[in-house]
Design a protein around this ligand. Structure first.
Ligand SMILES: [Zn+2]
Ligand SMILES: [Zn+2]
Length: 387
C-alpha cells in the first residue's frame, strides 16, 4: 500500500498552498493570515466543525467518518509558524517578509495536513472522528501548551495524538521514529547576579559580579559532569553574558546570564534545575553577591508512547516500504504538551539533502508531501477501519 494515488493528483495544488504560505511567513502567535487560510480551506473541504482561537491563533477542524461505531477520536497535529530568519534560499517563492522565513518547514507541515484533510473529507472511509490541529508558536512560544490549556483534548474527547516533522538528512519521503524519549526538554533561564559595582582600581571596595558570574558559568558545567549520571543526557549552555557597564574602568553592579537546558527525562530535568539554583545562588553567596534564577517557557521531554509508535511505524512502512529507527535529538518540540496529555507518536519524514532546519538556505522538499499526506490518511484509515 504505497503512496495514495489521490495525493499524487493533489500534489500541484498542495504545493501551491505551501508556496503561498512560504511567501508569507508569520512568527509565533502572529499566524493570522495562515490561520485564516487554514480555516477557509477546512470549511471549503466540508469539515463538520471548524473552530478558531484555541491557543490564540490555533485552528481545529473535525471530520467524522462514514460511521462512528468505534467511538474513537484521533488528533492529528501540524504547526504553522515561521522563524525570524532572513531567507537565503534560491527558490521562486522566496519569503516576501523581510526577516521572516519558513526555515523549519512548518509551511510544508500545514500543507500536508490540509492535503490529508481534503482527502479525508472527500472519502470519510473510516469509523470514528478525526480532529485536525493547526497550532501556532511551536518555535519557543508554547502554542501547543496554550491549545491544551484552552481545553483541546477534553473538548473533542481526543484519545490519541500524532505529529510529524520533516527531517533533512533522511531520504525524501522515508520515515524514522523511535519509542520513548525522543525530543529533549528545553528550558530557557536567566540568572541575574547582583554585587556591588565600583571603581576598577579599587576592587576591594566592590563585590565583583564579573568574577562571581564567571565562577557560576564554570560551576554550572559540573551539572553534566558531576551531578547527572553519565548515561543520562543533559545539556546546560550559557549563551549570553551581559555586564551592566561596558566601561574599561568600572566593575559592573550586575551581570545578566542567559542560557538553555536540555534533558531527556523529567527526573534529570528536575535534578538539573535544582542544581542550577543551588550552584548559582550558593556561588553568589560565597562571594557576598546574590543570584536571581528565573526559568521560562519550558517544553517538557517529548515521549513517544510504545503502542502508538509501533502503529505509526507500521503505517509508515505501508507507505514507504520501511521505517528507520530515529536517533534521540536534544532539540525541543512543543508537541510534548499534547503527547503528555494523551498517548501519541511523533514521526520524522525525510527531507533529503537540504540545508538543516533553522538555516537560511533550508528548502522544504515538496516531493516528501505525497508520503507525508499518505501517512496522515493511513493513520486514520488503519486505526479506525471503515465498519
Ligand atoms: Zn524549528
Ligand atoms: Zn519545526
Amino acid at each position: 500500500m504505497p503512496v495514495k494515488n489521490r495525493f499524487a493528483e493533489l500534489l500541484p495544488e498542495i504545493k501551491a498552498w505551501r508556496h503561498d504560505l512560504h511567501e508569507n511567513p508569520e512568527i509565533l502567535f502572529d499566524t493570522h493570515r495562515t490561520s485564516a487560510i487554514v480555516e477557509e480551506k477546512l470549511k471549503a473541504f466540508g469539515c463538520d466543525e471548524v473552530v478558531t482561537g484555541l491557543g490564540r491563533t490555533g485552528v481545529v477542524g473535525v471530520i467524522k467518518g462514514k460511521s462512528n461505531k468505534s467511538g474513537k477520536v484521533i488528533g492529528l497535529r501540524a504547526d504553522m509558524d515561521a522563524l525570524p530568519i532572513l531567507e537565503q534560499a534560491d527558490v521562486p517563492y522566496k519569503s516576501k517578509v523581510d526577516g521572516a522565513m519558513h526555515a523549519c518547514g512548518h509551511d510544508g507541515h500545514t500543507s500536508m495536513l490540509l492535503g490529508a484533510a481534503k482527502y479525508l473529507s472527500e472519502t470519510r472511509n473510516f469509523d470514528g472522528t478525526v480532529v485536525l490541529i493547526f497550532q501556532p508558536a511551536e518555535e519557543g512560544g508554547g502554542g501547543g501548551r496554550e491549545m491544551c490549556e484552552d481545553g483541546l483534548m477534553e473538548r473533542w474527547g481526543i484519545q490519541e495524538v500524532y505529529g510529524m516533522h520533516n527531517w533533512p538528512g533522511l531520504p525524501t519521503g522515508q520515515f524514522a521514529i523511535r519509542s520513548g524519549p525522543f525530543f529533549a526538554s528545553a528550558d530557557q533561564f536567566d540568572i541575574v547576579v547582583e554585587g556591588k559595582g565600583g571603581h576598577a582600581a579599587k576592587p576591594y571596595l566592590t563585590i565583583d559580579t564579573t568574577v562571581v558570574a564567571s565562577q557560576i558559568v564554570v560551576a554550572l558545567q559540573t551539572i553534566a559532569s558531576r551531578n547527572v549520571k553519565p548515561i543520562d543526557k543533559i545539556v546546560v549552555s550559557i549563551t549570553s553574558f551581559e555586564t551592566s557597564s561596558k566601561a574599561y574602568n568600572v566593575i559592573p553592579q550586575t551581570v545578566h546570564l542567559r542560557g538553555t537546558m536540555r534533558a531527556m527525562s523529567e527526573e534529570t530535568r528536575q535534578l538539573a534545575m535544582r542544581r542550577l539554583h543551588e550552584i548559582a545562588e550558593g556561588t553568589a553567596a560565597a562571594y557576598g553577591a546574590t543570584a536571581d534564577v528565573d526559568f521560562r517557557d519550558g517544553y517538557p521531554v517529548m515521549v513517544n508512547s510504545d503502542e502508538q509508535t509501533e502503529f505509526a511505524a507500521k503505517v509508515a512502512t505501508s507507505v514507504a516500504g520501511d521505517c528507520a529507527e530515529a536517533e534521540m535529538t536534544m532539540g525541543g518540540e512543543d508537541f510534548a504538551f499534547m503527547s503528555n496529555e494523551r498517548p501519541g507518536a511523533y514521526i520524522l519524514v525525510g527531507n533529503g539533502d537540504s540545508a538543516d532546519v533553522h538555516h537560511p538556505e533550508y528548502v522544504f522538499d515538496d516531493e516528501a508531501m505525497p508520503a507525508g499526506c499518505s501517512w496522515w490518511a493511513e493513520i486514520v484509515e488503519q486505526r479506525m477501519p471503515a465498519a
